[in-house]
Design a protein around this ligand. Structure first.
Ligand SMILES: NC(=O)c1ccc[n+]([C@@H]2O[C@H](COP(=O)([O-])OP(=O)(O)OC[C@H]3O[C@@H](n4cnc5c(N)ncnc54)[C@H](OP(=O)(O)O)[C@@H]3O)[C@@H](O)[C@H]2O)c1
Length: 345
């Protein structure tokens, strides 16, 4: 059988170029078309010399493909996605445009009416570990945000098994590439280097996505989430620490801690990319890989659940997860092209 032809819309952003790197090494598909406004007509390997070996030229418009990975900023993305769907092309959208199920929530957080609200129920939220069967059947996957990926995977077993009460605190620290490749003051070297700061205290746009997905895991107890993101001076990686009071399902002693670990290991026992560790993970342990590493524990003094997760925001938080979803949509083994282990140190 011929290999599926894959296209990338917006290869000139960080998520797009990471997709190009993963797909150029993928053994079961062929990257045939890439677009990028600022570099149209240039050779991909000239614009990004680490991709030496590909002879693709960056185009204005996507050529004929079987599946497209769209890595545009939100609002711009749906403009690209809708015509692709009309052409019968399968799409993984890396933006936030199809992640929220409720179009009024989209309007609240993104400030415009959704251009195709009828698609919000049809699009499948692309957190592979939770929606594997639906992803395999759909034409449109809404790839999760980077912060939600680390936070939802960290909390899903505890929420699903009713181990915690509704009040959850999520504290995340992200590398600067999470803000994208477009130039901004906060990513400017003298501003970001040797600096750490919290931001979006009035509400980050990834919050409704986390609330939506944790709410679906435990509909009887809608979560009340305080989410505070931070920027830290590293290029990639997200470290997330989640805190929540335990219900009476677990004891707050050594036995409870062991049981908690057992529940997490059991929840993720069949997952290739989610691993439960006995000690807190480092962002360096996931850099360049599609892994999410999780360490769940209990603060025995306060009876609080504490769960720490690490991902690479550009891999499991973006391009790697998109390829994982693409594999499922094409009927390929989920791990194909994603076997690379992290770069350490
Ligand atoms: N960075 C991450 O860690 C991450 C993680 C998960 C999801 N995502 C999502 O993935 C998408 C891409 O993110 P990114 O981080 O790769 O962004 P990025 O590096 O900032 O890429 C943005 C690129 O989009 C192009 N662009 C900007 N405005 C445009 C417009 N109006 N029309 C056409 N092109 C435009 C620009 O390319 P040209 O200069 O060529 O015009 C720019 O380089 C976003 O929706 C983002 O939320 C990112």
């Amino acid at each position: 059988m011929d290999k599926a032809r894959i296209g990338i819309i917006n290869v000139t952003g960080y998520a797009g170029v990471e997709l190009a790197r993963l797909l150029s090494q993928h053994p079961q598909v062929v990257l045939t078309s890439v677009t990028g406004r600022s570099a149209a007509s240039q050779r991909l390997a000239e614009v990004f010399p680490h991709l030496i070996g590909t002879d693709l030229v960056i185009e204005d418009k996507l050529g004929d493909v079987d599946l497209a990975l769209v890595a545009m900023p939100h609002k711009e993305s749906s403009r690209e996605v809708l015509p692709l769907l009309d052409r019968g092309i399968k799409v993984v959208d890396l933006s936030a445009d199809f992640r929220l199920k409720d179009d009024s929530e989209y309007t609240n957080w993104y400030g415009i009416a959704h251009p195709a609200p009828q698609l919000l129920q049809k699009a499948v939220y692309g957190l592979t570990e939770l929606y594997r069967a639906q992803i395999a059947q759909t034409q449109l996957v809404a790839n999760p945000g980077c912060y939600p990926t680390g936070a939802i995977l960290a909390l899903a077993p505890a929420v699903k098994r009713g181990l915690i009460k509704a009040d959850i605190v999520i504290d995340s620290k992200s590398g600067i590439s999470g803000a994208g490749r477009s130039i901004s003051l906060k990513g400017h070297y003298p501003e970001a280097n040797e600096d750490t700061t919290a931001y979006a205290l009035e509400g980050h746009r990834h919050l409704p996505e986390i609330v939506q997905e944790l709410g679906l895991l435990q509909p009887s107890q809608p979560p009340r989430i305080t989410f505070v993101p931070h920027l830290v001076p590293m290029t990639r990686g997200i470290l997330t620490t989640c805190y929540a009071p335990l219900t009476s399902k677990l004891t707050t002693d050594k036995k409870g801690k062991e049981e908690l670990k057992h529940i997490y290991r059991d929840f993720y026992k069949d997952e290739s990319f989610v691993k439960v560790l006995d000690s807190p993970p480092h962002t360096k342990h996931t850099s360049g890989s599609n892994l999410c590493l999780i360490h769940p524990t209990i603060d025995t003094r306060t009876g609080m659940l504490v769960v720490i997760s690490c991902i690479d925001n550009l891999i499991k938080g973006a391009a790697g997860q998109a390829v994982q979803n693409m594999n499922l949509m094409l009927g390929l083994p989920e791990t194909t092209g994603l076997e690379a282990i992290a770069v350490y140190p």
